[in-house]
Design a protein around this ligand. Structure first.
Ligand SMILES: *[C@@H]1O[C@H](CO)[C@@H](O)[C@H](O)[C@H]1NC(C)=O
Ligand SMILES: *[C@@H]1O[C@H](CO)[C@@H](O)[C@H](O)[C@H]1NC(C)=O
Ligand SMILES: *[C@@H]1O[C@H](CO)[C@@H](O)[C@H](O)[C@H]1NC(C)=O
Length: 277
C-alpha cells in the first residue's frame, strides 16, 4: 500500500494522497480566484465601455448642437438669444483651441490671393477697407466674457475692453496689411469705435505694427443715430466719391461688408461671439 495513513478514497475506490489532494484543492481555489478576477475585470471593463460610449453619444450630440449654434451665430440667426449653456466649453475651445485662428487664416488667405491677382495701376486710386475690432485687433477677453455670460461674469461696458492692455493683433490680418502697404495699396480703417477713442485706437494699432494707413475713420456723434451698417456704407460711398475704387472690404460683421459696390469683393472674418448691426 502506497501513501500515508491519511489517504482517503473516493467513491470509485481510487486512493488520493493528502499531498495530491492539497495540490488539487489549491489548484481549484486558484482557478476560482482567477475566474472571479477575470469576471470582475470584464464587468469593470464592460461598464466603463458602456459609460464611455454613452459619453461619446452625448458629446457628439452636444458638439453637433453647438456646431449648429455656431454656424447660426455666424449667419446672424441667433440674434439676441442666449447660446445654450451646454455649448460654453465648445465655444471656449473654438476661441482658444486653434479653429478660430484657422478660420481667420482662411478668410485672410482668400483675400490675399484675390488682391495679389490685381495689378495696381499708378493712375488709379485703389483701396482696401479694414474693420478694426475682431478684424485688425482682437478683444479676446471680451469674446470670452460673452461666452461665459451664463456663469454670471461681470458684463463690463464695451469701452472698458478697448484698453490696449486687453487688445492683441490678429496676426494674419497684420501680415496682409504689411504686404498691402509694401505694394502701395491705400488702406483705410472704418470702425464703429467712437471718435473720442481716436488716440487710444491709434496707439493700439501702432503698438502692434499697423502704421501708415491712408485714413482712420471712427464714428462721430453726428452719425450715432444711424445703424453701424448705414454708417459704414455711407463712409465707403464718401471714399468712392473721392475717386477711389474699393477693391476689397474685410470685416468680422455683416454690417462691415453689406451692400458692396459691384467691383468690391468682401471677406467675412469669423465672429460667432457677438454681432454689431
Ligand atoms: C488700462 O488698464 C490699465 C491696467 O488695468 C490701467 O492702469 C489703465 O489706466 C487703463 N487705461 C485706460 C485708457 O483705461
Ligand atoms: C510704392 O511707391 C513708392 C513711392 O511712390 C515707390 O518708390 C515704390 O516703388 C512703390 N512700390 C511698389 C511695390 O510699387
Ligand atoms: C511708415 O512710414 C515711416 C516713414 O515713412 C517708415 O519709416 C516706416 O517704416 C513705415 N512703416 C511701415 C510698417 O511701413
Amino acid at each position: 500500500m502506497f501513501g500515508s495513513a491519511f489517504s482517503i478514497t473516493d467513491g470509485s475506490g481510487v486512493f488520493i494522497s493528502s499531498l495530491t489532494l492539497t495540490i488539487i484543492v489549491s489548484a481549484i481555489v486558484i482557478v476560482g480566484i482567477v475566474l472571479v478576477a477575470v469576471i470582475i475585470t470584464l464587468a469593470v471593463l464592460l461598464s466603463s465601455c458602456i459609460n464611455r460610449s454613452t459619453t461619446t453619444v452625448e458629446e457628439k450630440t452636444y458638439s453637433g448642437l453647438c456646431a449648429s449654434y455656431h454656424i447660426n451665430a455666424e449667419l446672424n440667426n441667433v440674434q439676441d438669444s442666449v447660446f445654450p449653456a451646454v455649448c460654453e466649453e465648445y465655444m471656449l475651445n473654438y476661441l482658444h483651441g486653434g479653429q478660430y485662428l484657422k478660420d481667420i487664416e482662411v478668410s485672410v488667405d482668400l483675400a490675399q490671393s484675390y488682391l495679389r491677382t490685381l495689378q495696381l495701376q499708378h493712375d488709379q486710386k485703389n483701396a482696401v477697407i479694414l474693420d478694426i475690432d475682431e478684424t485688425a485687433l482682437s478683444s479676446v477677453l471680451h469674446s470670452e466674457n460673452i461666452i461665459r455670460r451664463n456663469k454670471g461674469s461681470t458684463n463690463r461696458d464695451w469701452n472698458t475692453w478697448l484698453n490696449d492692455t486687453m487688445i492683441t493683433p490678429i496676426v494674419p490680418v497684420l501680415a496682409l496689411y504689411q504686404e498691402l502697404l509694401a505694394a502701395n495699396w491705400t488702406i483705410i480703417f472704418i470702425s464703429e469705435r467712437a471718435e473720442n477713442k481716436f488716440d487710444l485706437t491709434v496707439k493700439s494699432l501702432q503698438k502692434y505694427g499697423y502704421e501708415n494707413w491712408t485714413s482712420l475713420i471712427l464714428r462721430s456723434s453726428d452719425d450715432s443715430g444711424d445703424t453701424v451698417q448705414s454708417y459704414k456704407l455711407s463712409k465707403r460711398k464718401e471714399i468712392e466719391n473721392q475717386g477711389y475704387q474699393i477693391m476689397a472690404v474685410l470685416g468680422d460683421q455683416w454690417s462691415d461688408i453689406a451692400e458692396p459696390a459691384p467691383f468690391t469683393k468682401t471677406f467675412k472674418l469669423p465672429n460667432p461671439f457677438y454681432r454689431v448691426i
